[in-house]
Design a protein around this ligand. Structure first.
Ligand SMILES: [Zn+2]
Ligand SMILES: [Zn+2]
Length: 227
């Protein structure tokens, strides 16, 4: 097995676990895996930003400026954003290297098992959709891939209108932008949204607001990265 990022051969360490096949093959070599940073330490309970406060200034800003109930109960993120992560994500998402996403499978699933074990079995995972235009450009939806790593039913019940790139807008413009999502099918189960990155939280909150409006009782999110 070769490292999905640098292509060097991964030499499995031999232990009783590998002999009785308890440990799974790794997708990244230890050097590449070591360049990714798993988020550790005290974090905001709403958005996973590292913070000494229970709720970080970003989330307080949100509550203050929208003056409505937050449709998203919380987002849990697995990794922080750094240069290596940015390069990997860019090759995975924008240059169509679908298989590279497997590098995240174990950590994403483990975070789900550790942080969301309280969710009832009927919870469904809803990937943040791409617009048709983006889907045509990229060929696959990275959020759908993340959703499929989780041991829950995946339901693609949201669709997304095409809009200009979020990154070209200021924060205030993002927050006040029209909601690009609409429901394809209503749902009465709790939902966990799957997405690759939480930056301002606007995308996830727009998706959560639509789900709640059409009867979804509770919306959580699990993102690979906290930007
Ligand atoms: Zn490597
Ligand atoms: Zn926060």
């Amino acid at each position: 097995m070769n490292c999905l990022w640098c292509d060097t051969t991964i030499i499995p360490e031999v232990s009783w676990k590998t002999i009785i096949r308890l440990s799974k093959p790794k997708h990244l070599c230890s050097s590449c895996a070591g360049q990714l940073t798993i988020l550790k330490g005290k974090r905001c309970r709403k958005c996973s930003r590292l913070s000494d406060e229970d709720v970080c200034p970003d989330c307080k800003w949100w509550a203050y400026h929208t003056s409505q109930e937050d449709p998203l109960i919380c987002n849990y993120a697995v990794f922080s954003y750094n240069d290596t992560m940015q390069e990997i994500v860019s090759r995975w998402k924008y240059r169509g290297d679908y298989c590279l996403g497997k590098a995240f499978q174990d950590d994403y699933r483990r975070a789900f098992e550790q942080k969301f074990s309280f969710l009832p079995k009927e919870t469904v995972v809803v990937p943040i959709p791409l617009s048709d235009e983006r889907m045509d450009e990229r060929g696959f939806n990275q959020s759908r891939m993340l959703a499929d790593f989780l041991p829950l039913k995946t339901a693609e019940i949201l669709s997304r209108r095409h809009s200009e790139k979020q990154s070209k807008r200021t924060r205030r413009q993002r927050v006040s932008a029209a909601n690009p999502f609409h429901m394809i099918e209503n749902i009465n189960n709790p939902v966990i949204l799957a997405d690759d990155i939480y930056t301002t939280g606007t995308t996830l909150r727009h998706a959560a607001a639509v789900l709640k409006k059409y009867g979804c009782p509770a919306v959580y999110a699990l993102t690979l990265i906290r930007g």
